[in-house]
Design a protein around this ligand. Structure first.
Ligand SMILES: [Zn+2]
Length: 60
């Protein structure tokens, strides 16, 4: 039987959990605690800028 869960309330299949409350699931999904979610968002955005990724805008 395949396991399914709501990603917003993921509690199972945790691969790594940090003492602050952040955790990573076995399928590579990260959930950050309130302390780190904002700084992680800024870090990811900075990395995306470094990678020179282009924003894709769907044409209609
Ligand atoms: Zn944290």
């Amino acid at each position: 039987m395949k396991k399914s869960y709501n990603r917003l309330t993921v509690e199972g299949d945790i691969q790594t959990k940090w003492i602050c409350g952040c955790f990573e699931t076995v399928d590579g999904f990260f959930k950050f605690c309130t302390q780190h979610s904002e700084s992680m968002k800024q870090t990811i955005e900075a990395q995306i800028d470094k990678l020179d990724m282009t924003t894709v805008v769907e044409e209609k």
